[in-house]
Design a protein around this ligand. Structure first.
Ligand SMILES: C[S@@+](CC[C@H](N)C(=O)[O-])C[C@H]1O[C@@H](n2cnc3c(N)ncnc32)[C@H](O)[C@@H]1O
Length: 233
């Protein structure tokens, strides 16, 4: 497990043990009831991001489409820096665009919340999370709608984490990055076919399926449940 991920795990395991030991529940009974639970959704997400950072070509860029509150950025910025890779973070940094028919005409009730996630806010959050100035300064923030910002990118995408929820946004990411992916490069597609995603973000799967069918690409799945496509030649 890479150093950054290990650090985050140690923190969460320490917190759980502390609760067990000092929460007054450390007895034979509590130990008998202790069961090995599967990784949480968030832990699986971190493992997935770490896995694809490790298996994609080290000379290529790591890209995050959809930064939100910066949870993925917290890990990807550290990993990119330690692997000496360029890291790009694309978002409006001011909230979601509106959805279309495929998204059931989604209009963000969270727009007020997401509009708080400015570049300055994310930088500050990273600082709070003990990410060094050097790492924060190495992040290539790209602010604005994908339709405007992608065209100025001319790197070598190797691992593209797509977490953008909406039909048009998925289409933008797939159409722009897939043809540019380096050999063995991966696009990780955060929303696909879980019950929750199908209900909340129906447009994502439609865009992914349309793209995969058009270009005859196989949609693959990691043991963590994550869905991805890979450029094999
Ligand atoms: C669910 S959040 C991303 C969460 C983040 N990856 C994480 O790990 O915490 C989705 C983000 O995608 C961004 N987004 C969606 N469509 C976009 C578009 N067309 N252009 C720019 N940003 C977009 C939204 O602003 C929002 O911040």
């Amino acid at each position: 497990m890479n150093k950054q991920l290990n650090h985050l795990f140690q923190k969460s395991i320490k917190a759980k043990l502390k609760k067990l030991l000092y929460g007054g529940s450390f007895s034979k009974k509590s130990i008998n009831q202790w069961s090995l639970k599967d990784f949480s959704y968030y832990e699986k997400k971190l493992i997935t991001l770490s896995h694809f950072s490790d298996i994609t070509p080290k000379y290529s860029d790591i890209i995050e489409c959809g930064v939100g509150c910066g949870k993925g950025t917290n890990l990807l910025a550290r990993i990119s820096y330690s692997q000496n890779r360029s890291y790009y973070a694309f978002d409006t940094f001011s909230g979601f665009p509106d959805g279309v028919k495929e998204d059931n005409w989604f209009k963000s009730r969270d727009r007020q919340v997401f509009s708080c996630f400015s570049v300055a806010y994310i930088k500050n959050q990273l600082k709070e999370a003990e990410v060094s100035e050097e790492i924060i300064n190495s992040i290539n923030f790209r602010e604005g709608l994908f339709s405007k910002t992608f065209k100025n990118y001319s790197g070598n995408p190797g691992f593209v984490f797509v977490d953008v929820d909406l039909y048009e946004s998925y289409k933008d990411c797939l159409e722009f990055f897939y043809p540019k992916l380096v050999k063995n490069g991966v696009m990780l597609l955060d929303e696909y076919d879980t019950k929750y995603h199908l209900k909340k973000w129906p447009g994502a799967k439609i865009a992914i399926d349309e793209f995969a069918e058009k270009h005859k690409i196989e949609i693959m799945r990691l043991w963590t449940g994550a869905t991805y496509i890979q450029k094999l030649s």
